[in-house]
Design a binder for this molecule. Structure first.
Ligand code: ADP
Ligand code: ADP
Ligand code: MG
Length: 626
């Protein structure tokens, strides 16, 4: 990235965000000699962004509504600390027009577009009406104000099934539901409205033709206050789960020249239609050589690093320059060079429909080569209050194959222990032949679920032997039988946690060295070793041999909240006879709905919560009769 002095008149900026994006903005500000002010909730008092900023100020309790979404409190910190500009990051207040307006009124430069542009693009329905007027193609659908159920059902029939219901105020894949037949439309509409209401305080929806095998292709744009708008090439973000991105790359591979030119032109037209200033992303859905406008995100995007990799630009630096009134350089767009692929490492369990996970990061090993944007460090916790992203890993190279190979290597050198993550999934994804062949569409993960999901590969015996070999961290951590002799051989037994699976390792001195075997035991982690074998990193924890075994029978009968959340639907009552897999409750937590299903056939013994209730992690939702 080019190094230069302070581009802007800003000497101090406030970052109204947390996690990796706050750390990302701090990094550029520091390089430019700009002082940084962080804000933090009670849950984040010792968070990485707080540690990295020049100064940090508390803004309230853990829930975002009482801290990171408190524009008034944050602006007060900005005034008090003398910050001249405010970077909103993504999420939180980044697309809040009223907040952008309040910043301007307080004489603090909002690093983003004008309130009017945010407002115009803030509603998916309104922005689509705008795009139709600007001549930008949109997916056939219904974007009207009228919201009666019967009218929506009639519109769905007109569009033709399958249709997609979307929250008008939506984002992050929330409130989005495909409907495949008229019979289930009313039920899905109700669900989408409920999700939209609770996530965005607005239950309006729009309808779209549901495309069967589309690609998500987007264009990075930049506008300046003199009315110039340029594109900074394309990204492909088709690899998604729950309609949320998990792997992104730049440029979008295999786009015919004419289609790519059309995408660039449409993106610029979309941005011009709202007088766009600063960084933004225009998202399209592409199928059979056609491209339709999806939405415009009026902020820096999570996946901006892949664009930085192929343009050599620091987009945060340019956001600050533009916010300070600089013009876009005449030679933009810079040519795209090479290829970059990013993956999002999340605390989530791919085996449980990618359900978010929480807990402490006992060990976090991230690669030392390649770009890593992390928001947490080893020892930090992932809580249910915020996005469960741990880090972004960006592989780059002269071409796509090289970028993917670099990424694969980075994933092999990463390891996390203490909570479920999508790391094993990402490793398989990056190595998948269909991904290598760029067979990209939004159904990729579902189509290749067999190869991508499933328990992590066990560590190779040689790695287990090495982990078991060093002296134990504590006397209770290992079953020591160092001087034990069995048929004349020295034997040592170690219990190891291998990616969540407990393995009992028996090491025997044999004429050719140490030999071992392994069996499965209940977990109870007490220490962790990082072992590298053939370029792969394994975290192998010593297990407490005296930890109580899990009571699987009790586990099977008691259903508890996996993370804190709100019970939005309760479908079970005491005495109900239920079938295995039957939906018993819907919990809303961490930007997603979590379905609680019967683990087996049985009869409901009792219910532990009421509909609408907020529950803590571990709260009993329902129990089956033994
Ligand atoms: P969000 O605000 O949640 O990002 P988007 O409108 O950008 O919502 O859509 C998110 C994702 O949902 C897209 O990337 C795509 O995978 C899928 N999607 C959106 N619209 C359609 C559609 N009409 N047909 C099929 N998939 C769609
Ligand atoms: P993108 O296309 O950039 O992923 P989304 O519309 O899916 O955009 O969401 C924007 C990003 O903002 C998400 O990926 C998420 O990381 C972040 N985000 C959204 N809501 C929140 C929130 N409440 N707290 C923290 N981060 C959030
Ligand atoms: Mg989107």
């Amino acid at each position: 990235m080019p190094c230069s002095g302070n581009p802007a008149k800003f000497r101090k900026i406030l970052i109204a965000n947390r996690g990796e994006i706050a750390c990302r903005v701090i990094r550029t500000a520091r390089r430019l000699g700009i002082a940084t002010v962080a804000v933090f909730s009670e849950a984040d008092a010792r968070a990485l962004h707080v540690r990295e900023a020049d100064e940090a100020h508390p803004i309230g309790p853990a829930p975002a509504a009482q801290s990171y979404l408190r524009g008034d409190v944050i602006l007060e910190v900005a005034r008090r600390t003398g910050a001249q500009a405010l970077h909103p990051g993504y999420g939180f207040l980044s697309e809040n027009a009223d907040f952008a307006e309040a910043c301007a009124a307080a004489g603090i430069a909002f690093v983003g577009p004008t309130p009017a542009a945010i407002r115009a693009m803030g509603s998916k329905a309104e922005s689509k009406r705008l795009m139709v007027a600007a001549g930008v193609p949109t997916v056939p659908g219904y974007h009207g104000e009228a919201q009666e159920g019967s009218l929506l059902a009639a519109e769905a029939a007109r569009i033709g099934f399958p249709v997609l219901i979307k929250a008008s105020a939506g984002g992050g894949g929330k409130g989005m539901r495909p409907v495949f037949s008229p019979e289930t439309f009313a039920e899905e509409l109700e669900g989408a409205r409920r999700e939209a209401k609770s996530a965005f305080g607005d239950d309006r929806v729009l309808l779209e033709k549901y495309l069967q095998r589309p690609r998500h292709v987007e264009v990075q744009v930049f506008g300046d206050s003199r009315g110039h708008v340029v594109h900074l090439h394309t990204r492909d973000c088709s690899i998604q789960r729950r309609h949320q991105k998990v792997l992104e790359e730049a440029p979008a591979p295999d786009l015919p020249d004419a289609l790519r030119d059309r995408l660039h032109e449409s993106a610029i037209a979309a941005a011009r239609a709202v007088g766009y200033v600063n960084a933004g992303t225009v998202e399209f859905i592409v199928e059979d050589g056609e491209a339709w406008f999806l939405e415009m995100n009026t902020r820096l995007q999570v996946e901006h690093p892949v664009t930085e990799a192929i343009t050599g630009l620091d987009l945060v630096e340019w956001q600050l320059r533009i916010a300070a009134g600089e013009a876009i350089p005449a030679h933009w767009p810079p040519p795209q060079q090479g290829h970059a692929v990013e993956v999002r490492l999340y605390a989530e369990d791919p085996a449980q429909d990618f359900r978010p996970a929480t807990g402490a990061l006992r060990r976090l090993v991230l690669p030392e080569t390649g770009r890593v944007d992390a928001g947490v460090a080893e020892g930090d916790a992932v809580t249910a209050f915020y996005d469960p992203m741990i880090a972004k890993l960006i592989g780059q190279g002269p071409d796509r194959e090289a970028a993917l190979a670099a990424l694969e290597g980075m994933l092999r050198r990463s390891a996390v222990s203490g909570l479920a993550t999508n790391l094993p999934f990402l490793r398989r994804l990056a190595a998948h032949p269909a991904l290598r062949r760029a067979e990209l569409d939004t159904g990729f993960i579902a189509r290749h679920a067999g190869a991508l999901l499933g328990p992590p590969e066990p560590a190779p015996p040689s790695a287990l032997a090495r982990a078991a070999a060093p002296p134990p961290p504590g006397p209770s951590a290992w079953e020591r039988r160092d001087s034990w002799r069995l048929h004349g051989e020295a034997e040592r037994v170690a219990l190891l946690d291998d990616g969540g699976v407990a393995r009992r390792i028996t090491l025997r001195a044999s004429p050719r060295g140490m030999a071992l075997d392994g069996t499965t035991l209940p977990p109870g982690l007490v220490g962790t070793e990082a072992v590298t074998e053939e370029g792969n990193l394994w975290l192998l924890g010593a297990l407490d041999p005296y930890a109580p075994a899990r009571d699987d029978a009790a586990q099977e009968s008691r259903l508890s909240a996996p993370i804190p959340g709100r019970v939005v639907r309760l479908l079970a009552a005491a005495g109900d006879r239920v079938r295995k897999g039957q939906l018993l409750a819907v919990l809303e937590a961490m930007k997603t709905e979590i379905k609680i299903r019967a683990p087996r056939d049985g009869v409901i013994d009792h219910v532990g919560c009421t509909e609408g209730e907020s529950v803590e992690e571990g709260t009993e939702i329902a129990a089956l009769k033994p």
